[in-house]
Design a binder for this molecule. Sequence first.
Ligand SMILES: O=C(O)CCC(=O)C(=O)O
Ligand SMILES: [Fe+2]
Length: 327
Amino acid sequence: MAQTRYVDRPIPQISLKDFDNRINEITTELISAAENVGFFTLIDHGLSKEDIESIFMTSKSFFELPDETKKTVPWNTNNVGWEKNSQIRPSTGKPDSKESYQLQFGDNMKGLWVADEHLAGFQTTALEFMHRVQGISDKLMRCFARGLGFPEEFFIKCHDVARPDSQTTMRLLHYFALPEEADGKVYHRAGAHADWDFLTLLFQKEGQSGLEICPGRESVTEFGIGDEWTKVEAKTGEIVCNIGDLLMSWSDDRFKSTFHRVKAPCESGDYFGDRYSIAYFNQPCKDALIQGPLKKYPMVTGAQFTDSAMKRNFAALQEKLKAVAAA
Ligand SMILES: O=C(O)CCC(=O)C(=O)O
Ligand SMILES: [Fe+2]
């Protein structure tokens, strides 16, 4: 396999300290990060390293359950539940080598919370953490609303997690340990993709590296991926945030939804061990009305936006599978 081409690109680090007094300054920093690299890291966000380590322990306890137990909460197309080695990305045409458990706040979770008899207190612990991450998301949404000239509460209302049909999702991820000796196979961890949500907040664990980004996308309708990657360091206390396609569209392409991946380890210095991460995806309410201030794209509802993102992804996947079959 050809060597990966790496370039250094600064990923801004933004502090949320003293948020209410510093909201103007923080907004300026967020807007600049969103307009350029599309990724930034947050510090002083209110979650301690211990809080984050503790939710990672809960996540690990879930993934250590036997598959037979995890199968009691299977993934479905509402984007909830547990899956293993089943997510195929259009960029690779191969399943990611991982398992994940997706959680939401509302009715979609009926029957899909792992039962207390298998993992005591899981639902309470997960929901408590999700509400805290939503609190951080709310701060970011306030700033992005200001930056785009919407009323300050606008995006928060459009992503209200108190509604029973809320779509916002927290995804626990476990990438399996892989053989360090080359065996002729490529084990994708998370194949290159852009997220289709509003904003993603990602928690990583120190030492478990692999996340890489590839900026350069000019419009949300374009799919091309460049080939120069930049590594994002894994630090337990920081939150890595990225703009999703929804915010790119809602900003008339001003803010960039950047391609990223968790690299298939294959070169010296790559990390081959078990990797745990947690991604929190801010998804719109189904009836939210989405259109940027410049009206670059036609107005759509949250439900239509998500539906067409999934269809576009599916169509790109079919193309890729055809190309793989023809090769
Ligand atoms: O696990 C990671 O570090 C990234 C996951 C990711 O990009 C995703 O699930 O969309
Ligand atoms: Fe992603």
